[in-house]
Design a protein around this ligand. Structure first.
Ligand code: GAL
Length: 409
């Protein structure tokens, strides 16, 4: 006999009839663009199956949401499905036997032949079994520029990082914040990583984060990155916002000249009905090294005893991988699809730049695919301090960063 407690904890995963299931899905997509994108998943699942998507959005970004997701799963109050980034964030949950094996769905639908790059499916694979459905490719190494801000100061829109830095004084003179940046750890680290890929170069960045090359992390090449980041700190003064999309909005309104942010920023420009190439300009690799890293998002499904719920979980995985949903979701999300056999002719100029870089194979692993959550967390904490205060010199930050890379190795 089910106790009241077990009935209550099962509320998130109720089988309302023989097969129809209300499936709670948790994620951290709460900005305008993100909400528009996740609505495509919800619509396809609710309208295309007998089940219902119960939205479990958690505000505050991934750094806030993931601990909530993990504690619910380990605490016996699992949701039906949850977002994590490509990489190791759910590895311990999978290893603990708490997550649903999707290999039968993946094999029936041929994911191994569909998903590109294959590293996305590798990140879902533990001991040869597949535990997540990759849903997009997001790359963090972009800078988004306000064409209006540069028109206002009579300067051409920068074509690379150095031109952007050089435009700082003119923007400041006109009362425009040169560099918009929110105040969360992952945003500080994203900005630093994008600068490292641009200034040290993609090979050096991979050598440090993936191969843990501590000598390189301590050396002159990375000293240039830390010095550039120290110089860039002054560009962000006046950017008094918390969330990444608030910083994006500063660029949308021309209150700021630019923002280093992942290509999910496109979703915000789209919701604001801004046109890529006209209202804003995007520079992949900060206009220096045109690469994209294949980070992004995947959905995982906590195990459940009820076969109806498990069936609904596998249906959702299938819906998320389907061609039509891959197009509808990624066009709204500003990310690239995980499969190469879809028509993205509706993609805007910025997404087309990303697709061309992907097609050319100029790709890097995502940070979360290269470092453990613990190492990423330590670096994010360092970067929060570094970007917020001039009291930490470039040399100090570089030394502490190299120590973290050394212990991550
Ligand atoms: C990332 C995620 C993106 C994006 C961003 C900001 O971790 O991969 O989908 O939405 O967070 O919330």
């Amino acid at each position: 006999m089910k106790t009241l407690a077990s009935l209550l904890t099962a509320t998130a995963l109720t089988a309302t009839s023989a097969q129809a299931v209300d499936l709670e899905v948790t994620h951290w997509w709460t900005s305008g663009g993100e909400a528009a994108a996740v609505a495509e998943f919800a619509k396809a699942f609710t309208e295309g199956t007998d089940n219902t998507w119960v939205d479990g959005a958690i505000a505050g970004g991934g750094g806030t949401a993931r601990p909530v997701m993990i504690s619910r799963i380990t605490g016996g109050d699992p949701m039906g499905a949850t977002q994590f980034n490509h990489g190791q964030q759910a590895l311990e949950l999978v290893e603990a036997g708490l997550m649903l094996d999707l290999t039968d769905v993946a094999e029936a639908e041929g994911w191994k032949d569909l998903v590109n790059p294959s590293s996305l499916l590798d990140s879902c694979t533990v001991d040869g079994r597949i535990y997540c459905v990759p849903v997009n490719i997001h790359s963090p190494q972009w800078i988004w520029l306000s064409n209006g801000a540069y028109e206002k100061v009579g300067l051409p829109v920068p074509t690379n990082w150095d031109e952007f830095v050089a435009s700082g004084p003119a923007l400041r003179e006109a009362g425009i914040v040169p560099l918009a940046m929110g105040n969360q750890a992952w945003q500080s680290n994203l900005a630093f990583d994008a600068m490292a890929v641009a200034i040290a170069g993609p090979d050096a960045w991979v050598d440090v984060v993936s191969n843990k090359n501590v000598e390189l992390a301590r050396g002159d090449v990375y000293a240039k990155v830390f010095q550039a980041a120290a110089d860039a700190r002054s560009l962000r003064e006046g950017s008094n916002v918390q969330d990444w999309n608030q910083a994006t909005n500063m660029v949308i309104t021309g209150e700021a000249g630019g923002q280093i942010m992942g290509d999910w920023a496109q979703g915000e420009f789209a919701v604001a009905e801004k046109v890529a190439g006209e209202d804003y300009t995007c520079l992949p690799g900060l206009g220096v090294n045109e690469v994209i890293s294949t980070g992004g998002d995947a959905f995982y499904f906590p195990k459940n005893d009820d076969p109806a719920i498990e069936a609904a979980q596998k249906e959702l995985a299938s819906v998320m991988m389907s061609k039509a949903v891959q197009v509808a979701f990624n066009l709204k999300k500003g990310s690239l699809p995980v499969r190469g056999d879809v028509d993205l002719s509706a993609a805007n100029d910025c997404m087309k730049k990303g697709l061309a870089i992907l097609a050319a194979g100029n790709i890097l692993p995502g940070l979360d695919q290269s470092l453990s959550p613990d190492a990423v967390g330590q670096i994010e904490d360092l970067m929060t301090e570094f970007w917020a205060s001039e009291s930490i010199t470039a040399e100090d930050a570089q030394s502490r960063y190299a120590d973290i890379i050394e212990s991550a190795g």
